[in-house]
Design a protein around this ligand. Structure first.
Ligand code: 0O2
Ligand code: 0O2
Length: 214
């Protein structure tokens, strides 16, 4: 096994285990026929080239990657609605199989690029044949619309190597706002449908009772 394979092995194990655990949360909601705040989960170990790029950019010495680079192991949890993000964060805070060491709220405070997501950095214990090893993992929680924007912006960014021309930067910021408005509109539509359902159920009950009396 080469040095990188050896270094990345516990990260791969952490991602594999966490993917199963986080997907398991979704399955439990489905089994109980409750709206799942989790739509889907993905995970990856950062490719070596990206680790090296980020280390150079952020001036992280390679022997300090374990403590200085928080997203070598990365999980992403996608939600239908903005409110679901809070529920997912609450669920993560309740768990006792890892420790949350940092939370970054880029939803209330979006990045200058327009990026929105909620980041939770955890310390996850991986059991190895040499004993327990604590691994830093970054969990990004976002809506489908935030994910749509971030995925495309990320792939365009790669083409421009992080240096968008000003007009493109502005249009991307506007596109991020449009995605957020879409999120707000979908939440409002859901609320109205829920209110209508409550009203419909109440009316049905009243109608039944009146018929019984007569
Ligand atoms: P199912 O039955 O589709 O839920 P993996 O190793 O495949 O679990 P990875 O490599 O981290 O995960 O990411 P990948 O392959 O991109 O996607 C992971 C899961 O997310 C897959 O489901 C995809 O079907 C699902 N997924 C990706 N994009 C979307 C999307 O836009 N909408 C929805 N609803 N799901 C999406 P699984 O886990 O293979 O199984
Ligand atoms: P990847 O794997 O290519 O996505 P920094 O790198 O300084 O911004 P830091 O301090 O490491 O960030 O942590 P932060 O900002 O909480 O998380 C960085 C990750 O968030 C990025 O990882 C992206 O996944 C995502 N992200 C942050 N800002 C943006 C943005 O403007 N657009 C998009 N599409 N994603 C963003 P990497 O390192 O880019 O890795």
């Amino acid at each position: 096994m080469n040095h990188w394979d050896q270094f990345l092995a516990p990260y791969k194990q952490a991602v594999d285990e966490l993917k199963i655990k986080l997907k398991g949360m979704r399955t439990q909601f489905e089994q109980e026929h409750i709206h799942s705040p989790i739509e889907f989960v993905t995970g990856r170990v950062k490719p070596i080239a990206s680790i090296l790029d980020k280390a150079t950019q952020k001036e992280i010495p390679l022997d300090q990657l374990e403590t200085q680079m928080q997203d070598i192991a990365g999980l992403r949890m996608m939600c239908q609605f903005v409110d679901d993000i809070k529920k997912v964060v609450e669920l993560l805070r309740m768990r006792n199989d890892f420790n949350i060491i940092e939370e970054r709220d880029y939803i209330s405070n979006n990045k200058p690029s327009g990026y929105r997501s909620y980041h939770v950095v955890i310390e996850y214990p991986v059991q190895t044949i040499h004993g327990e090893k604590k691994i830093l993992c970054e969990i990004q929680i976002r809506t489908l619309a935030m994910n749509f924007w971030a995925t495309i912006e990320h792939s365009l960014n790669y083409k421009y190597r992080g240096q968008f021309p000003e007009d493109i930067k502005m249009r991307l910021q506007r596109a991020a706002e449009a995605a957020f408005l879409l999120d707000e509109e979908m939440s409002e539509i859901r609320e109205e449908i829920q209110e209508a359902q409550v009203y419909f159920t109440k009316n049905k009950e009243q109608h039944k009772n009146t018929r019984k009396k007569n």
